[in-house]
Design a protein around this ligand. Sequence first.
Ligand code: TYD
Length: 170
Amino acid sequence: MSIGELSLHAPLERRTAPWGRRASDHGWPTGGSALGCRIVELPRVTDARGNLTFIEGSEHVPFDIARVYYLYDVPGGEFRGGHAHRQLEQLIIAAAGSFDVVVSDGVTTERFFLNRSYYGLYVPRMVWRELEDFSSGSVCLVLASQRYDEDDYYRDHDEFVAARAAGELR
Ligand code: TYD
């Protein structure tokens, strides 16, 4: 079963508050949602010619940025993700359009709706994620703390849940 089917429809206020602030405030406090995910509000330079948002590693995200990738041309109804990472941390941004990020530790499931290019969802290590309900033309921009390493992935959900249950979070 997709974890999306187990979704927790948090009200909008729960998705954005109290985490809707600069991630650099006060030394990257742990916390955020029950899974450690949090919405990070990114700087915005508004301009009649078009707005601008910038992101600096360890300033607006709690890690040095080692890699950037993006998902685009996602057909309607498709899912992405479906894995967790042993060490990798990410910031996920709807650079265009919208989509949902469903995160889970195998027990608790949370759903974040992203539809603004000046908000990012910070996802810590050892959190299963699925991305779904992509709007037409959406672009999912991901900033990652490490370069690509297939060995860092849990792609088997049962294996991931067993690892979490065994306390492999630390
Ligand atoms: P995957 O991480 O499973 O994509 P998503 O989580 O967005 O659904 O990666 C899909 C494929 O792309 C997989 O074969 C590995 C490859 N890939 C890279 O080579 N480098 C990368 O940085 C990423 C993210 C994926």
